[in-house]
Design a binder for this molecule. Structure first.
Ligand code: ZN
Length: 488
């Protein structure tokens, strides 16, 4: 999961919402067209079937089996690596074997970054080495590494508040902690030090940065994730140190003496390579031309085994789609699973998907949802749908509230991979996965299968299956969200 782009894009989408009216699935958007949304509410019969589906899903271990197999037979799937391509082929074959139709793997070009080795040592006042990893996308240092005095700041705002020249020729240490939250918002706030920190520090003359891991683990493991170099600033190397090492570094500052570090990274960029989205359909009945999309991202960071982030999401999507498709009466809309390419290192597959589909097909996407926050459980169901369609989400909630699911609101963005679809008007359903412990293992060596709770996974599949089924069963026409002109 990569959070920072959501914030700015959400702001843009909100602005666009003030300027543009909505259009129906078959209609066109103009500023003068008022919304003609009809109320969408599941029928009593559909709700009864959905309750049966929920109970069946709670007994199914298909998602766990899929996740176990993916983790064992493929493992990490960092964009552009052989593991990534193996993951694409594994998922393609699995969808075919499981009865999906129209299974395809449209090409997605992805960046290729090689982590290499990384080290960080305190040279003064008290020499010690630290557990560290390169932040994704970092450039390398010179062979002998980089030695400089260190300036400690809490976050970007604290960096901006320093006097001019304060970090010139120095390494900036971002010491801010990640708050543990159920909705993942603690990560969303902290992550800007990692994504924007390198260029912000470089713009002020810094020569490197070290970030406290953007994670909640107190283990001595470091947390990777992407950075975003701004073309207006020089590129400088960027490392993340484990939380206990960041604590130790803070104590070195408490001595009041100058702190200096040596950091060394051998990371480098290689030419772009091929990856692919993996797409498969379970065809509907009388509304088969309309699509209910459920996705996750197939790529992972390279440190763990790609289990919670986001093998779990791919497994939830496939298992929930299959359970929903097997229900009687059969889903009316086509259920589509998309395993997106390269979410972590640039959202490449999410950007490619609507471009490959074309406007007409995107216009037939009735609803989209995504699982990308670990194995669950789902603690809230919300969405972003035309207001007249909110009763659909209330209907889903009615079926799953006994599983500990709260009713959310109509301001969710869904997952990062849904952004391009949402900005083109596709309504989003958002079952929210509980992220309380997710950032203990996310993007670390500890993203392994033993961290999965099978009961959480079953509950998540049950909620997603109910959401998919009811979204596929309701009468239409399904209306569109306001579109974001910046994406056209
Ligand atoms: Zn993810």
């Amino acid at each position: 999961m990569m959070r920072s782009p959501r914030i700015t894009r959400a702001a843009v989408a909100t602005l666009a919402g003030l300027l543009f009216a909505t259009a129906t699935l078959s209609g066109s958007a103009t500023a003068e067209t008022p919304s003609r949304s009809v109320e969408i509410r599941p029928s009593k019969a559909a709700l009864r079937s959905a309750a049966q589906l929920r109970d069946q899903a709670l007994k199914s271990d298909e998602a766990l089996q899929l996740l176990t197999a993916l983790t064992t037979e493929v493992g990490p799937r960092f964009a552009g690596t052989p593991g990534d391509l193996a993951g694409v082929e594994w998922t393609r074959r699995k969808l075919v074997d499981l009865g999906f139709t129209e299974v395809r793997t449209p090409e997605v070009i992805v960046p290729r970054w090689v982590r290499g080795e990384a080290s960080a040592e305190v040279l003064a006042p008290y020499p010690q080495s630290m557990v560290t990893v390169a932040i994704g996308g970092s450039i390398g240092t010179a062979d002998e590494g980089l030695v400089a005095p260190v300036v400690m700041v809490k976050d970007l705002a604290a960096l901006q508040a320093l006097p001019a020249g304060a970090v010139k020729g120095k390494i900036v240490f971002f010491a801010g902690r990640t708050e543990r939250t159920r909705d993942g918002s603690g990560y969303g706030k902290a992550v800007r030090s990692r994504t924007e920190g390198p260029s912000a520090a470089a713009a002020s003359g810094a020569v490197g940065i070290v970030v406290r891991s953007i994670g909640t683990s107190t283990n001595r493991i470091a947390h990777t994730g992407t950075l975003s170099y701004n073309i207006a600033a020089p590129r400088i190397p960027a490392l993340a140190v484990s939380n206990p090492d960041a604590d130790m570094l803070e104590r070195q500052f408490a001595s009041g003496r100058e702190v200096s570090l040596r950091m060394r990274v051998t990371a480098r960029d290689l030419p772009q390579v091929r990856s692919a989205n993996v797409i498969g359909d379970l065809r509907g009945t009388d509304l088969a031309e309309e699509i209910v999309l459920v996705g996750g991202h197939l790529d992972t960071w390279d440190l763990g085994m790609g289990v919670q982030d986001d093998g779990a999401g791919v497994a939830i999507a496939i298992a929930a789609a299959r359970l929903a498709a097997q229900m009687t009466p059969r889903p009316r809309r086509t259920i589509r699973v998309v395993a997106f390419a390269n979410e972590e290192f640039g959202l490449s597959g999410a950007a490619r998907y609507p471009a490959d589909e074309g406007d007409e097909s995107v216009g037939k996407h009735a609803f989209a949802m995504e699982a990308d926050l670990g194995d669950g459980p789902v603690w809230k169901i919300g969405g972003r749908v035309p207001p007249a369609h909110w009763p659909l989400i209330e209907g889903i909630h009615g079926v799953v509230k006994g599983l500990g699911v709260e009713l959310g609101d109509n301001t969710s963005n869904g997952g990062a991979d849904l952004g391009p679809l949402r900005r083109r008007g596709v309504p989003v359903l958002a079952p929210a996965l509980d992220a309380t412990t997710y950032f203990d293992i996310h993007h670390t060596v500890n993203d392994t299968l033993d961290q999965v709770d099978p009961a959480h996974l079953r509950q998540s599949v049950a909620v997603f299956a109910v959401a998919i089924y009811l979204a596929a069963m309701t009468d239409g026409p399904v209306d569109r969200l306001p579109t974001d002109p910046a994406t056209r």
